[in-house]
Design a protein around this ligand. Structure first.
Ligand SMILES: [Zn+2]
Ligand SMILES: [Zn+2]
Length: 54
């Protein structure tokens, strides 16, 4: 698992099918969100605004 600082992030949108699975943003700690962007390389999960900052 690469450190987020050295990763060329490749974000994929994850959407929850259930209210039982919600995510918090790893960058700004906002949430819980019913959808999240996850980097397929380092598994960093971020909200939409943070995908541009990451
Ligand atoms: Zn990454
Ligand atoms: Zn965020």
């Amino acid at each position: 698992m690469a450190a987020s600082g050295s990763c060329q992030h490749d974000f994929k949108l994850l959407k929850s099918d259930t209210t039982l699975i919600l995510w918090n943003c790893h960058m700004c700690h906002s949430g819980p969100h019913w959808y999240i962007y996850e980097c397929s390389k380092c598994k960093l999960k971020t909200c939409q605004p943070c995908t541009y900052k990451a």
